[in-house]
Design a protein around this ligand. Structure first.
Ligand code: NAD
Ligand code: ZN
Length: 387
């Protein structure tokens, strides 16, 4: 089958790889109909992780079930499903508590927790930027969709990662109706955090980035755009909140945070968010930070150490939540919002391409080229076609 294969820093190819297949009775085999490129793929694409060459990318997956193992009860051939990017078992100590983001059995490294499709350091699982995907513990991991699966495909595929991840940022930050919320990062995840805050009834949502196209999308849902290449974003948030700071903050950038000129500083957004959020406020950090970053800008960064203003944060009595999002905690509810027509996260989609469009798409999305906000790959689309 065809798949998007990592060949080394800033190089992907669309190549033949061994077919995905049922390997255990609890597996489900899915024909991928839609699979997104994520900001998390870019850390790997840029060679800033230990993702092995020859592996397949793709953790934001949706498709049609074509085969089920003999131990699968609920999921049926012909049904349409969306898969959380986290792969989890449902029965380990963490899954039992709903923490499927830190599953202990699908991650073979006993010193680690949490698994994902096509992801560095998150288990051996193949990615779904391919024609087919093997889904372990299929009954547990598949979220079934209704008859509108194809019609609302571009909405439902966002349930694999970025919509629940943005929502999780607002949950960790503690967003409730009437809150003011600042979001650092206007990429797909930041935009989904802004969207989630809006759905939850936040009174004021502010999005900080420097890409005009992304800030414009934020404004489309009523958020206030703050361009940090033009103004001091902390001062702009204080000005919007009577000098107090926002009630809540969401960090949606991660360790590759940089200034508008491109100089990396992994502490930049953390320190700005601490300064932008009020005393006793809450902060949700879904941007990825890593225990080691050999390609980081200095020795501290290379060791995964981030000199963030813990003293100021402590002094302000802020609470901070971090980590991978437990997609399963939210995907069913968010699916029902989409089905009811109350959420349409596809508003951020800029490109729909066949699998062979991946080579260009990775390059453009990595360059944050104007207008390339979110790419969906559709393996059934004829090669060379763009939508
Ligand atoms: P993206 O790279 O497309 O977007 C990041 C945005 O941050 C860009 O628009 C960039 O201009 C902006 N940015 C960079 N430095 C900034 C700064 N100093 N201030 C403000 N904005 C700045 O990525 P994405 O798909 O939106 O993902 C964002 C982060 O979320 C990534 O780190 C990704 O790995 C992570 N992520 C985490 C989870 C999770 O479960 N925790 C899930 C998905 C993605
Ligand atoms: Zn993702």
């Amino acid at each position: 089958m065809k798949a998007v294969v990592y060949e080394g820093p800033r190089q992907v190819s669309v190549n033949d790889v061994p077919d995905a297949r049922i390997e255990r009775p609890t597996d489900v085999l899915v024909r991928i109909t839609a699979t997104n490129i994520c900001g998390s793929d870019l850390h790997m694409y840029e060679g800033r992780t230990d993702f092995e060459t020859g592996r397949t990318f793709g953790h934001e997956n949706m498709g049609e079930v074509v085969e089920v193992g003999s131990g699968v009860d609920k999921v049926e051939v012909g049904g349409h499903v969306v898969l959380p990017f986290n792969i989890s078992c449902g029965f380990c100590k963490n899954c039992e508590r709903g923490l499927t983001n830190y599953c202990l059995t699908t991650q073979p490294d006993p010193a680690a927790a949490g698994a994902a499709y096509g992801f560095a350091a998150m288990g051996p699982w193949a990615g779904g930027q391919a024609e087919y995907l093997r889904v372990p513990y299929g009954d547990h991991n598949c979220l079934r969709l209704g008859e509108d699966a194809a019609e609302k495909e571009n909405d439902y595929v966002m349930l694999a990662d970025i919509f629940p991840t943005g929502y999780h940022a607002t949950e960790m930050a503690g967003v409730v109706p009437g809150d003011s919320v600042v979001i650092y990062g206007g990429g797909p995840v930041g935009l989904m955090a802004a969207y989630s805050a809006t759905i939850k009834g936040a009174a004021k949502v502010m999005v900080v980035d420097r890409h005009a196209d992304r800030l414009k999308l934020a404004e489309q849902i009523g958020a206030i755009a703050i361009d940090d290449s033009k103004v001091d974003p902390v001062q702009a948030v204080l000005d919007q909140t009577m000098g107090l700071g926002a009630d809540r903050g969401c960090e949606c950038v991660g360790y590759q945070a940089h200034d508008p000129q491109g100089t990396e500083d992994p502490a930049l957004t953390m320190n700005r968010i601490i300064a932008s959020v009020r005393f006793t406020g809450g902060i949700g950090v879904v941007g990825v930070f890593l225990p080691a970053d050999p390609g980081g800008p200095d020795e501290m960064a290379q060791q995964g150490k981030v000199p963030f203003d813990f003293g100021l944060s402590w002094f302000k009595g802020q609470t901070i939540g971090t980590g991978q999002a437990p997609v399963k905690k939210y995907n069913r509810r968010l699916r029902d919002l989409i089905a009811a027509g109350k959420a349409t996260p596809s508003w951020i989609v800029s490109h729909e391409l066949p699998l062979d469009g991946a080579v260009e798409a990775y390059q453009q999305f990595d360059d944050r080229t104007d207008g390339w906000t979110k790419v969906i790959l559709k393996p059934a689309m004829p090669a060379g076609k763009a939508g």
